[in-house]
Design a protein. Sequence first.
Length: 199
Amino acid sequence: MQGLDYLDEDTWGTVFRDVILLTLIGFMAMVIMLLPYITPKKKETEEHRAPGNVIVEIHWPADQPLDVDLWVQAPGEVPVGFWNLGGHTFNLLRDDLGMEGDATNQNYEVSYSRGIPPGEYIVNVHMYGPLPSGVTVPVNVVVSVKRKLEDTEQILKTVVKLTRHNQEETAFRFKLTADGDLVAGSVSTLRRPLITGTN
């Protein structure tokens, strides 16, 4: 009788192990069959939603601890700069005050867009802080376009020279297509104040 009980216990153990093993194999098979349906969406759908489709940067010498401001205007929108940090398209990601509260020795500001609305863009540079007499601040202005998540192309570059307090200069006016292509013949420096009126 004891031998039969031992065999009965062993049989139930074998059945239990078989059921668990078959359940595990079935679960793994379901996961493998579902994998193609749970892959993330392709990058093409995120192409124009990623921040940084249009990137506008300004840089000025590190040995000039002066407050220079970047202002950008997307088609049909209000200008974005230090007192309006974000709009529908652009955001000012860095407002540099010169040396004040700066963790690096670089002087630069940068704005990024979300998407590329077609139309005219305006990029202005403004001498916000006081400027000692006889000092000229050369400001490098760079505009880049990122059409895909991996590709960034510099489309415009210039140097704007600031010589007085509250001076605002238009570095670029240009038009882009919805694909981020520069419209031929659209680039100019025709002055268009964004914040200082007609000084």
